[in-house]
Design a protein around this ligand. Structure first.
Ligand SMILES: [Zn+2]
Length: 193
């Protein structure tokens, strides 16, 4: 399992990934096994600090991502955008089917406990602040940070966390870089963690 795998609109999920994926539940959603175990520990520590975190989204199959993609395009068209504009708008917050980190089982959309949808202001909440301080030691990074939109190609997503393993996560968080930059600077030195 390559925990540093780069998935974006140019690098889709490799064929066969889903066949080797072992899923396990954490916070009521499914994740890749090791990711689920790390997330469980994270949720426990948050709770012991008095912070409730809701797991809003975990693993999504390609079919499910396809359904989300079409639903979002239809929603934009229903408020007046033409198809091209609706696709462009949808692409800002949703990955193309086959190109979503959620298809790897390594990504989690998180929110304040009790919320049923993602919150664009999550980083300003107690849970969001706790995560930005603590997620790294459990192996998670904020995958789409502010000021990195030109590199990740995705708008700031304060709710989307990605498992990469502890050491890379701490390095990425402490140095304020994104996964693309980390892979560029460090190559595959940490692939085995
Ligand atoms: Zn997400």
């Amino acid at each position: 399992m390559d925990y540093l795998i780069l998935i974006n609109k140019f690098e889709p999920i490799p064929p066969g990934w889903a066949d080797t994926l072992k899923l396990r539940e954490a916070g009521g959603k499914l994740f890749e096994e090791k990711t689920a175990l790390a997330l469980e520990k994270l949720l426990e520590e948050a709770e012991s600090d008095g912070i409730g975190i809701e797991v809003i989204s975990g693993y999504r199959s390609d079919d499910y991502q396809q359904m989300l993609w079409e639903k979002e395009i239809n929603r934009h068209m229903s408020i007046g955008l033409d198809y091209t504009a609706a696709v462009a708008e949808t692409g800002k917050t949703l990955a193309l089917p086959g190109c979503s980190e959620h298809g790897t089982g390594l990504a989690a959309d998180l929110g304040t406990y009790g919320s049923d949808d993602i919150d664009p202001n999550f980083h300003k909440t107690a849970a969001g602040k706790w995560l930005s301080r603590n997620a790294g030691k459990f192996g998670f990074i904020l995958r789409y940070p502010r000021m990195k939109e030109h590199i990740t190609g995705i708008d700031f997503e304060p709710w989307h966390y990605r498992y990469v393993g502890r050491r890379p996560a701490e390095l990425i968080t402490e140095s304020g870089i994104c996964l693309e930059e980390f892979l560029h600077f460090y190559s595959n030195k940490y692939t085995l963690c």
